[in-house]
Every structure is written in C-alpha cells, then in structure tokens.
Design a protein around this ligand. Structure first.
Ligand SMILES: NC(=O)c1ccc[n+]([C@@H]2O[C@H](COP(=O)([O-])OP(=O)(O)OC[C@H]3O[C@@H](n4cnc5c(N)ncnc54)[C@H](O)[C@@H]3O)[C@@H](O)[C@H]2O)c1
Ligand SMILES: O=C(O)C(=O)C[C@H](O)[C@H](O)CO
Length: 253
C-alpha cells in the first residue's frame, strides 16, 4: 500500500516579497519565510530600517535582500513586478486610525483606505499579473485582521478596510485560481507591535482585549509566522479565497 505523501512546508527555491517588512508582523513573517527556505525581499519605504534585519537573516544562513517600496506608489509597484516575478507575495503594510464613526474625518478615512485597501489591491493586482505571465502559480497573502470578520468600537474605518480586503481576495482568488495562484489572508487578533502600542498601554482597552481573547495571553508576532509559512507553502495547496483567523478565539463569541 502506498502511503499518502505529506506536502512540503518548505519554500526552498521560491522567491518571496514581503511589503511592510520593517517592523511588527511583516518583519516576523519575512523572517519565517526566509527560515523556511525562500529568498525573501524585505521591503519598506526606507531600506535603512531593513539593513539590520536583512544582515541578521543572511548571517544566519538564509537568503534575504532589502528593497525600498512605498506600497501606495503604484508606479513603483508596477516597476517592481515588471523587473521580478515572485512566487510568494505577503503584504503587511497597514495603518490604523480609530475614532467614533460620527467623528471620522475624511483625512483619516482616506489615509486608512489608501494603504489598507487601495495599495493592497494594486500590489495584489501586479503580483497576480506577473505570476500569470510566469505561469508557475503562486501565493498572495494579505495581513488582514480579525476586524475583517467582526466590528470593533471606534473602528468603523479600520473594519471597512479589512472587510474590503476579504472581498478583494475572494474575487482575485476566482480570477487567479485557474493559473494556480492562491489568494488568502491572515486575520490576527491584537498583537503587540508599534501599531497597537497605544491600545495596549490604555488599561481600559487592555482589559477589553483580555476579555475577548479566550486563551490566557495576548498574541505575539511569532503567533503569525506559522500561518504565513503554511499559506506560502504547498501544504496549503488547496486553500484559496479565504482567511486564517489567528485570533485566540476572539471571534468564537
Ligand atoms: N498588531 C495587531 O494587533 C494587528 C492585528 C491585526 C492586523 N494587523 C495588521 O497587520 C499589518 C501589520 O501591522 P503591525 O501590527 O505589524 O504594525 P506595524 O506598524 O509594525 O507595521 C505596519 C508596517 O506597514 C508599513 N507601512 C505603512 N505604510 C506604508 C507604505 N505606504 N509603504 C510601505 N510600508 C508601509 C510600516 O512602515 C510598518 O512597517 C497591518 O495591516 C495591520 O492592520 C495588526
Ligand atoms: O484594532 C486596532 O486597534 C488595531 O490597531 C489593529 C488591530 O489590532 C487588529 O485589527 C486586531 O483587532
């Protein structure tokens, strides 16, 4: 009897691009992809902020390089994918500005939507286009949020942006699927990063977070790394148009 063959979680020989790799979840995911064997391009608006981590990853024997990219610069995004096709594209660039819906300014709305939705859209568009032309399939991963699945106090704009990412992914999964390109998201709960530091430091908000997460701790960037490697690898080869909630049970009730 021939046993089923376990699919590989390894990413050897794959080229990966991580946008928003200078801090937080993006940096952790980029390191995880490199440790799994991919050659990872860490991208951020300024390469100086990437030099330390890229050096450390290379010294550890993994493959990495830095690239300057502002994800809102659609011409630069196009140029990047015209020059190189990536097998894996993970987008972690994002912004949160919170206010009651009745107080949201147009500036806050536009800033959040510009990065979380518009930039995510055109990055995935160009990634998908290059992957289709290369004919090798691929995996596009957006760092979305648990707030793509529920509402949150003072988070009407942020929730709108992350729900939009889920819709965009589903439609792109339909379009790109025949070319073997998978489009998914990771939906984290609150993870301590520069983005959420002010929320964690507010004792009332911290109590809200602790009351909603069912596990006895909050999330750390390391909690997202496994999902990133899984979605990038052949181990998730039949998964597309969906999201992996890494939410400590927040959305369970
Ligand atoms: N930390 C959390 O609790 C949490 C939970 C769920 C989802 N998220 C999402 O995860 C993603 C990463 O957030 P994080 O918590 O790691 O915060 P972070 O602030 O550490 O990371 C955001 C990154 O986006 C980059 N960025 C912002 N604008 C950019 C631009 N125009 N071009 C290129 N890069 C840009 C920043 O430089 C930064 O490195 C975001 O999309 C966020 O919405 C975070
Ligand atoms: O909701 C917030 O305060 C954020 O900054 C992002 C979140 O941490 C994330 O979406 C988890 O709810």
């Amino acid at each position: 009897m021939s046993l089923p063959k376990t699919p590989s979680f390894r990413l050897d020989g794959k080229r990966a691009l991580v946008a928003g790799a200078s801090s937080g979840i993006g940096m952790a995911c980029a390191v995880a992809l490199a440790e799994a064997g991919a050659h990872v391009t860490f991208s951020a608006r300024r390469t100086e902020v990437l030099d330390g981590v890229v050096d450390d990853v290379c010294k550890a024997g993994f493959k990495a390089q830095a690239h300057a990219l502002d994800v809102t610069d659609t011409a630069a995004v196009r140029a990047l994918f015209d020059a190189q096709c990536y097998d894996i594209v993970l987008n972690s660039a994002g912004l949160a500005r919170h206010s009651a819906a009745v107080d949201t300014t147009e500036d806050d709305y536009d800033a959040v939507m510009n990065i979380n939705v518009r930039a995510a859209y055109f990055l995935a568009q160009q990634a998908g286009k290059a992957m289709i032309a290369a004919g090798k399939g691929g995996s596009i991963i957006q760092i979305s949020s648990q707030m793509a699945h529920v509402g949150g106090v003072d988070r009407a704009v942020y929730c709108s942006s992350k729900h939009a990412v889920e819709g965009m992914n589903k439609a792109m999964a339909i379009e790109f699927g025949p070319a073997g390109i998978r489009v998914n998201s990771i939906c984290p709960t609150f993870i301590l990063t520069p983005l959420t530091k002010p929320t964690f430091e507010d004792s009332e908000k911290r109590a809200w977070i602790d009351s909603k997460i069912k596990l006895p701790r909050v999330g750390e960037v390391e909690d997202i790394m496994g999902a990133a490697v899984f979605l990038a690898s052949d181990a998730s080869g039949m998964i597309t148009g969906t999201s992996i909630l890494v939410d400590g049970g927040w959305t369970a009730g």
